[in-house]
Design a protein around this ligand. Structure first.
Ligand SMILES: Cc1cc2nc3c(=O)[nH]c(=O)nc-3n(C[C@H](O)[C@H](O)[C@H](O)COP(=O)(O)O)c2cc1C
Length: 413
């Protein structure tokens, strides 16, 4: 790996009360030798296992252990708008590491507990967090610990999982802190990914449009907007300036992603028109109604007699986007229901051509665990040359990251 990726990066390392604590000293030295700045937070329990001074020497910085510093009068301090440690550490980090991570810190992060400097800083950061667990094999295999790890992975926390071997407690099994070289490699990869969309403006659309039949009834679809929200969030975490246009009913984005809400097809189109001039990338994942009601009524329609709806086709928004801004990298979505893979890819390619798009992400919403209203997806990403990238069934957040990897490959690298 190119070592320059470590240069001038700020890495905050949390040291928790595991027997492998001392191993983090070598990692810190290595990171500093590669050009990174390292700040250390030790939990109270960790300070029983290694001296604070050892970490101060290794990092060449003052080690932080307290959320509330014993010598500060916070009443006065807050009035003067002074730096608050857990927020400044959270903000300054290009990457957050926990080496070693105890079962305790994993459980706290997974449950949103912020009761000391380390857990509070992690709650406050939007930097990627790499967790390197080390513990007794029975602790590692404990179903609650495993449930917490699973939950955190789904939320995009990264893990360098422990290895099999002799454990300090005398047991043999999985639980040893993974080799430091592997940790350094993972750090390098995460740092590379961390800013790959910096200076890119991305417009993402998500969720289902709503067309009125009368003031009470609507035509809509089952899209939850989760795929789009995950793309917007992951792009934000990778440094992009993101605007998410999302349906009122769709999933709210996490973090501070800028958003505007839309209702109908026309409303969505107007918001796109307003935003598209200034963006580099458009990812159009909203499920747009193909029809609007022609004979829409302003009063609630009585239900006493038969009603025939007259529907007319709506604007094909996706086909207009490249015409509105020729410079954008355009990504669309195509949903089909229970079709052969060949047909799915064929129809994705057809809309790509029509819209002069760069990529179309196709999914079969008729198959279990894919598409609308579920947390997972399996997609085929089709490009202009009709070559296909298959992203296997995984959590939508992971699929979102892989879609962004493909975009970064084409556009940035
Ligand atoms: C000598 C000793 C070694 C320990 N090693 C580990 C360990 O390797 N992994 C672990 O998860 N917990 C270990 N523990 C238990 C943790 O220290 C304990 O769960 C503590 O609450 C962790 O707090 P912290 O996460 O705030 O540091 C150890 C405890 C002792 C006394």
């Amino acid at each position: 790996m190119d070592n320059s990726i470590f240069q001038n990066k700020t890495i905050v390392i949390g040291i928790t009360g595991g027997i492998a604590c001392y191993k983090a000293l070598d990692l810190i030295r290595e990171l500093r030798n590669s050009g990174s700045r390292v700040y250390v937070i030790m939990t109270k329990h960790a300070t029983h296992l290694v001296d604070i001074e050892d970490f101060e020497k290794a990092s060449n910085n003052e080690v932080q252990t307290d959320l509330f510093h014993p010598k500060i009068d916070y009443k006065d301090y807050i009035r003067k708008n002074r730096e608050i440690k857990h927020i400044s550490l959270a903000d300054t980090a290009d990457l957050f590491l926990i080496v070693p991570a105890t079962a305790n810190i994993i459980g706290k992060i997974a449950n949103g507990i912020a009761d000391d400097l380390l857990s509070t800083s992690i709650t406050a950061t939007i930097a990627p967090v790499l967790i390197c667990p080390a513990m007794n094999v029975k602790m590692w295999k404990n179903p609650i610990v495993q449930e917490n790890v699973k939950k955190l992975k789904k939320l995009s926390y990264h893990f360098a999982e422990p290895e099999y071997g002799e454990l300090a407690c005398g047991y043999k099994g999985v639980g040893r802190l993974v080799n430091l070289k592997r940790i350094a490699e993972r750090i390098g990869l995460l740092l590379m990914q961390r800013n790959d969309f910096k200076n890119k403006k991305i417009l993402v659309t998500a969720g289902a449009t709503v067309e009125e039949i009368d003031p009470v009834r609507i035509i809509t679809n089952k899209s939850s907007g989760k795929m789009g929200a995950c793309i917007a969030e992951q792009a934000f975490l990778r440094g992009a300036d993101v605007v998410l246009l999302r349906a009122h009913s769709s999933i709210e984005p996490n973090f501070n992603v800028k958003e505007e809400k839309f209702t109908g097809v026309d409303g969505l189109f107007n918001k796109i028109k307003k935003n598209i001039k200034n963006v580099n990338i458009v990812i159009h994942s909203a499920a747009v109604s193909d029809f609007a009601v022609n004979n829409k009524k302003n009063m609630k329609i009585k239900s006493t007699k038969e009603l025939r709806l007259e529907l007319s086709p709506t604007t094909k928004i996706f086909e207009k986007l490249k015409k509105m801004n020729k410079k954008i990298f355009l990504v669309g979505f195509k949903a089909e229901h229970n079709v052969a893979q060949k047909e799915l890819i064929g129809s994705a390619y057809a809309i790509l051509k029509k819209a002069n798009a760069d990529l179309v992400v196709a999914n079969d919403i008729g198959k279990k665990g894919r598409g609308f209203d579920v947390d997972t997806n399996e997609v085929f990403v089709v490009d202009k040359k009709r070559s296909v990238n298959h992203i296997r069934l995984a959590d939508k957040r992971i699929v979102a990251d892989k879609i962004l990897d493909i975009i970064a490959d084409r556009l940035i690298k």
